[in-house]
Design a protein around this ligand. Structure first.
Ligand code: FAD
Length: 415
């Protein structure tokens, strides 16, 4: 595959852009693969990429029922941060954040990583104590965060109303190297690199069954026929329970819709990302100028991949207390995705009761930020047959052993 470069752009502009290649192939599926990954979202594609890059395993198919990146990966609000409380989470999310720093160079694809800084606002006394505790934990974990007072918050984000009718801004947890990236580009960059390594990305192909013999996975059935494989990686976010059902086991997980919306584009007014977890909303400004706004999940289990009016009202009403200028914006678009939420709000990465079948799920409302770290850790698990240091704490047996990685404050409401 030809590299993208300033020289390539100049060359193509001189010949009317007729020389660009397709970014990835659309091959017919083979009958047998070493590894089949179900789900071409960011996590599935990153897993395939690191299988090839770190372990030289390229006889890989990534099977996607829709189009690649069309699930939560292409629907999220792109917040990247690693300010989690527990050591295993901080290690995994910080690995991911650090891989984002060089992702454009590593993939030769501009993923528009923008480390503009993320603030998680404290609007109650309880939140002050909670975030100061997280700042102390992060210092020990080597994650760069800082507790900042209200005046610094105002300096970083002049449009904020510090007094607030119900909840004044009392300070915040500031992660200066957190930020955003372009979600589609992350999926496209990984897809292009995987295809370049000879992997097959099979789109519009739904997996309908998992084949097994003597407790060992042997392949999958799909709408494009059945393929054999030695190892199977399930990476389907909100549909994880369906796939687990096909493979014959149950997951401690719920699927719910999570929604977001964007305003009309306006001039640059905000160059940080802010999460206000007490009023329950967050916002940032996209490169196009739209205010990107999100809130909490639906309060009931569902597979509805779309938005709803009551959600716009709840989220915008909540945020307009702290950011009054929002009340004067027109909202342009709204959408939803189906997220996979575990009881301790941490992911599941590891083996399953079916031999050769591995799962990576439970990223819930906050897995975009984790894509490269998750792919790195899950590729290791698939290649070695056992989770490595990063993934080991996240096995699903923790729910039987009561060894929870409780991130309900860091992950349950914020993204
Ligand atoms: C509105 C919203 C806002 C969010 N905001 C943030 C944020 O700001 N920051 C953050 O870190 N995270 C955020 N998230 C969460 C984040 O988007 C997800 O955790 C992450 O994208 C999950 O990636 P994935 O690759 O696991 O799943 P997906 O991108 O959903 O990929 C899974 C793929 O599996 C496919 N699939 C399912 N079933 C089958 C089948 N039977 N056969 C074949 N393919 C199948 C699906 O079509 C899908 O493409 C948000 C999510 C939503 C919905």
């Amino acid at each position: 595959m030809r590299r993208y470069s300033a020289f390539a752009i100049a060359r193509e502009s001189a010949r009317y852009h007729t020389g660009w290649e397709r970014a990835w192939r659309s091959p017919e599926p083979k009958k047998e693969y070493e590894v089949v990954i179900v789900g071409a979202g960011g996590h599935g594609l990153a897993t395939a990429f690191y299988l090839g890059k770190n372990y030289g395993i390229t006889n890989v198919a990534i099977i996607e029922k829709g189009w690649l990146g069309g699930g939560n990966t292409g629907r999220n609000t792109t917040i990247i941060r690693s300010n989690y409380l527990q050591d295993p989470s901080a290690a995994l999310y910080e690995k991911a954040r650090s891989l984002y720093e060089t992702m454009s160079q590593d993939l030769n694809f501009n993923v528009m990583f923008s480390p503009r800084g993320v603030i998680m606002l404290a609007q109650t006394e309880h939140e002050i104590r909670g975030y100061q505790r997280t700042a102390h934990a992060n210092a020990l974990q080597g994650v760069e965060t800082e507790w900042i007072g209200p005046q610094k918050v105002k300096e970083l984000c002049p449009i904020i109303e510090l007094k607030g009718p119900r909840f004044p801004v009392l300070g915040g947890l500031w992660q200066p190297r957190g930020g955003t990236a372009r979600h589609d580009a992350v999926a496209w960059g990984y897809a292009r690199a995987c295809s370049d390594m000879g992997m097959d990305i099979i789109q519009k192909c739904e997996v309908t069954g998992v084949k097994q013999s003597d407790g060992q996975v042997t392949g999958i059935e799909s709408t494009k026929g059945s393929f054999g494989c030695k190892k199977l990686g399930i990476v389907v976010a909100g549909h994880s329970s369906d796939l687990a059902n096909m493979a014959g086991f149950r997951l401690p997980m719920e699927s719910v819709a999570l929604q977001a919306l964007v305003s009309e584009p306006i001039k640059p007014i905000m160059d940080v990302v802010i999460m206000a977890n007490t009023v329950h909303g967050y916002l940032s400004q996209s490169d196009k100028g739209e205010m990107v706004i999100g809130g909490g999940t639906d309060a009931f289990n569902n597979y509805t991949q779309r938005g709803s009016f009551h959600h716009i009202e709840e989220t915008v009403r909540a945020l307009s207390e702290t950011f009054p200028m929002i009340s004067r914006l027109k909202m342009l678009r709204q959408w939803g995705g189906i997220v996979d939420v575990t009881g301790d709000r941490s992911p599941i990465i590891g083996k399953t009761p079916l031999g050769g079948c591995f799962i990576n799920c439970g990223w819930g409302t906050g897995g975009f930020k984790a894509i490269p770290g998750s792919g790195w850790a899950f590729a290791e698990t698939l290649a070695k047959g056992e989770p490595g240091e990063l993934a080991a704490p996240f096995g699903m047996e923790r729910f039987i052993e009561g060894r929870f990685i409780d991130e309900s404050v860091a992950a349950g409401v914020a993204h």
